[in-house]
Design a protein around this ligand. Structure first.
Ligand SMILES: Nc1ncnc2c1ncn2[C@@H]1O[C@H](COP(=O)(O)OP(=O)(O)OP(=O)(O)O)[C@@H](O)[C@H]1O
Ligand SMILES: [Mg+2]
Length: 365
């Protein structure tokens, strides 16, 4: 389990375990807000509540919340409608303002690492350390080396999210990193062993998180500014449609717009898919360029995020990248009461919930 805390130095791990009150996962995406509440024991989790609501366009741009009141109202609605009982939430960050690095340091004690981490991190973080919140986690030890995962996020971005959450009447207990929430969700649900190397791919509206994971260890991550909204934009501009029309066509709503031929749509979708595939391939190439471990081969891609629901995308990516692509099931090992949660609705929104499930796990595991 990756348990980074980017919500400020004083907010280290101890704060969550002080009180035994429930903590929900809150995923504030650029197109919608997702909320998940879990309870149970670390190896036996139950779904308690679930919420999802779309955000109006342009309320979050490039990861920055532009309309604090609008976003906090939507968070409030999601909480009320889902009946979430938690006052505290775990939320996450992704995109350009988050820097994640795996670094190799000489063997050292926990105290020595704590004392020297800023100094080591400095060369890997392209911002002044005074302007970021930083956390790290030891991911491996040998006799003469320590593997350390470091993550940093610009402080103004963290403050921006805190504000939106607090305005909604909730306390941000932890600010995590989306790509690791996705990994925690995968680890719990799939219990992978060291022989399994997968790429977790979360295709949102504006950001795609890529995380190459071996067993329970992240080898390489990259957040890319591409996602579902790029498909909509291209359809909108090329076919002279409104945003709503383009979005409906993308989602395969038949007869969405009169006069738009199927044959006009396909090449436009295919062009954007090509960009997505290229970015994934580039990520694989970057990873290969930074590792000496040439024997590790990615066996499959597990996709999630609303963008992954595009008809035919999984098959298309699989063909272009020559690798199996499967849909990640964030509820695979979580007990879900089908009397309380409609299975059809759950399977419809399942791809969007992966990050929120991973965030919620921080509150219970
Ligand atoms: N059935 C569908 N077919 C195609 N695309 C879909 C479908 N349903 C949702 N999407 C797309 O999924 C995207 C939203 O996904 P998601 O909720 O994971 O993003 P987000 O978390 O809000 O954004 P981000 O993480 O990038 O900030 C939108 O671009 C939306 O158009
Ligand atoms: Mg998202």
């Amino acid at each position: 389990m990756i348990s980074l805390v980017l919500s400020g130095k004083g907010a280290k791990k101890k704060m969550l375990f002080g009180k035994k009150k429930s903590v929900a996962g809150l995923d504030i995406g650029s197109s919608s807000v997702k909320m998940v509440e879990l309870d149970g024991k670390p190896n036996s989790l139950n779904l308690v509540s679930l919420g999802f609501e779309n955000l109006p366009d342009d309320t979050i741009i490039d990861g920055q919340i532009m309309e604090l009141n609008t976003v906090s109202d939507v968070i409030k609605n999601v909480c009320v409608n889902s009946g979430v009982s938690a006052d505290r939430v775990v939320t996450g960050v992704s995109g350009h303002s988050v820097i994640v690095k795996n670094i190799l340091l000489p063997a050292m004690s926990t105290d020595e690492l704590e004392e020297s981490i800023d100094w080591h991190a400095e060369e890997h973080i392209p911002y002044d350390l005074a302007d970021v919140n930083l956390d790290y986690q030891v991911t491996g030890n040998t006799q003469d080396s320590t593997n350390v995962l470091i993550a940093a996020c610009k402080r103004d971005r963290i403050d921006n999210i805190r504000q939106a959450v607090q305005l909604a009447g909730k306390e941000p207990a932890i600010i995590d990193v989306d790509t690791f929430a996705l990994q925690n969700c995968y680890e719990y649900n799939y219990q992978p062993d060291d022989s399994q190397v997968v790429t977790l791919l979360n295709i949102g509206a504006s950001t795609m998180n890529v995380n190459i994971v071996k067993g329970m260890r992240s080898l390489f991550t990259r957040d890319i500014t591409v996602g579902g909204s790029q498909f909509t934009d291209v359809l909108q501009r090329s076919l002279g449609l409104s945003y709503q029309q383009a979005e409906a066509i993308k989602r395969g709503v038949s007869q969405a717009v009169e006069g738009v031929e199927e044959t006009a749509i396909e090449p436009l979708i295919s062009n954007v898919t090509e960009i997505v595939a290229m970015e994934i391939q580039k990520t694989f190439d970057f990873y290969r360029a930074t590792t000496e471990d040439t024997s590790t081969v990615v066996q499959k891609i597990l996709i999630s995020g609303g963008g992954s629901k595009l008809q035919g995308l999984a098959a298309d990516l699989s063909a272009r990248l020559d690798i199996p692509v499967e849909v990640l099931d964030p509820f695979r090992s979580i007990k879900v009461d089908s009397r309380k949660f409609d299975p059809d609705y759950l399977s419809e929104i399942m791809p969007e919930m992966a990050v929120a499930v991973g965030l919620a796990m921080r509150g219970v595991i």
